[in-house]
Write a protein that binds this ligand. Sequence first.
Ligand SMILES: [Zn+2]
Length: 229
Amino acid sequence: MNTTKQQNKFVKFLRNHAALLLLIFCIVAITTVVLVVTLTRNNPVIPDEPVGTNPDDTDKNKPDDSTDVNKDPRPTEKEKIKVYFVSPVNYTSVSMEYTDGEESKFVFSSTLNVWQAHRGVDLAAADGTQVASMYDGTVIDVTETYGMGHIVKIDHGDNVIATYASLTDVQVQKGQQVAKGEIIGSVSTSASYEFLDGAHLHLEITKDGEITDPMPYVKGEIFREVEQD
Ligand SMILES: [Zn+2]
């Protein structure tokens, strides 16, 4: 009996508040629709992230730019290489040193029996040992004197002139171009002023018109920076 009474009350409640219940249902329905729409709108925005095509494009451009920058200076900058002077002879010893005209350094000439300045170096080697040009150059003089024997003078450029003396079997002529290492003659005792010192090359070098110590050139310490084609 109680249950039927309660059912009747519930039916009465529905009838009296039908309009209110309909309104609540409509609000819930509209809220649900709005929520669904906004959620589905936000989701499609996320796939916009694959904008990865743009970074690929910039990466492709960058290597092209860098290679252009590297290519441009290459034709304008020629590579420079060091070209060294070389010893003109395979010598066994320096039989007489360079004195530069200083009296304190005078060397004794056993041939002339005097102490004297020695404006070059004597590079001792077996009689007939070949003598080569120390650097590229032009033969500017080929002479023979009683005191210094057969003499070859070579202009090696940059105001460097080398005098190769006490030679025999001279292989070059005045005006001839010679390359570094090219044979110009052989050592001998042809220099009468130094013949008692044995077979040797008497070598003098002038730089900018001033006599200078040939040993840095002989030892291969002097070089020039030359552009390579
Ligand atoms: Zn000498």
